[in-house]
Design a protein around this ligand. Structure first.
Ligand SMILES: [Zn+2]
Length: 84
């Protein structure tokens, strides 16, 4: 599915309704946006990732920090050993 459009005067872009419906995107949902090196823009449904390694598996939360179990264990071990 491909379409062409122009940015509005305020640099906004409206995602066509047929694309939003197809992707299951609803008003108010969070999206992740990233610029690729080839000049394209990638927009995906928001996914929580580990702040340290980018993993999406075995996530745990501490206050507003999201991290995976592996990084949590590594951090705890470093604290126990006095590395930090
Ligand atoms: Zn991690």
């Amino acid at each position: 599915m491909k379409t062409s459009m122009k940015l509005s005067k305020s640099d906004c872009l409206t995602i066509p309704k047929n694309m939003r419906v197809r992707l299951g995107w609803k008003t108010g949902m969070s999206l992740d946006i990233s610029a690729a090196t080839d000049g394209s823009l990638i927009i995906r449904k928001h996914a929580e990732i580990c702040r340290f390694c980018g993993s999406t598996q075995n996530l745990v939360y501490y206050r507003d920090l999201c991290m995976c179990r592996n990084c949590t264990d590594s951090m705890l071990q470093a604290v126990k050993e006095g590395e930090v």
